[in-house]
Design a protein around this ligand. Structure first.
Ligand SMILES: Cc1cc2nc3c(=O)[nH]c(=O)nc-3n(C[C@H](O)[C@H](O)[C@H](O)COP(=O)(O)O)c2cc1C
Length: 171
């Protein structure tokens, strides 16, 4: 049931050394590619990073670098602002492509939870340095990393604001 998966998902920052199969990673990418996107433009590109040297280099340019180094796999999510701008102009470039990639990330996180995998969404990193390490084409903006592995910690559920505190019904 989807509500159980949503409730079960946690940001996990400690991983077992066990590898994650290519089949499972494919399923995460499939989930990402099924996300909604403005005009169905799908302005995203994903890098599956298992190479220890690259993970080490990426970990040095992220605030939570240890998590990247520790996880067997990191998936870098890139937005393609020009693709969104080609149809939606400025709004596509600064808003839609980021919303689209965020939806793709969330799909991945939920699919991973359902598949028994642990993840953490990493957003605090230098985009310029990530682009340089991976020699990204100019049109790809690195916007998120998702660490993936088998969890080695039982994360406490953080306090979430209840719907009543953050919503208002206008009938
Ligand atoms: C846009 C975004 C960026 C994030 N960046 C980081 C990060 O750089 N490092 C980290 O450890 N967690 C990061 N997180 C995870 C949050 O800290 C986490 O989602 C939050 O504490 C709530 O915990 P939960 O995911 O278990 O519900 C990020 C989450 C989001 C949505």
């Amino acid at each position: 049931m989807i509500m159980e998966v949503i409730a079960k998902r946690r940001s996990i920052r400690q991983y077992k050394p066990d590898p994650v199969s290519a089949e499972l990673i494919h399923q995460l990418l499939e989930a990402a590619c099924m996300a909604p996107s403005a005009g169905n433009l799908q302005p995203w590109f994903f890098y599956v990073i298992e190479n220890p040297r690259l993970k080490r280099e990426l970990s040095r340019v992220a605030v939570s670098g240890k998590i990247i180094e520790n996880a067997p796999v990191t998936i870098l999510v890139c937005a393609l602002p020009e693709q969104s701008a080609s149809r939606y102009g400025e709004r596509g470039a600064w808003l839609y492509c980021l919303q689209d990639t965020a939806a793709a990330v969330q799909n991945m996180l939920l699919a991973a939870t359902a598949l028994g995998l642990a993840t953490c969404w990493i957003g605090a990193f230098s985009e310029e340095e990530v682009a340089a390490i991976l020699d990204l084409p100019l049109e790809q903006r690195p916007v998120a990393m998702v660490t993936v592995g088998y969890g080695a910690e039982e994360a406490q559920a953080p306090v979430k604001k209840p719907p009543v505190a953050v919503s208002r019904w206008l009938k």
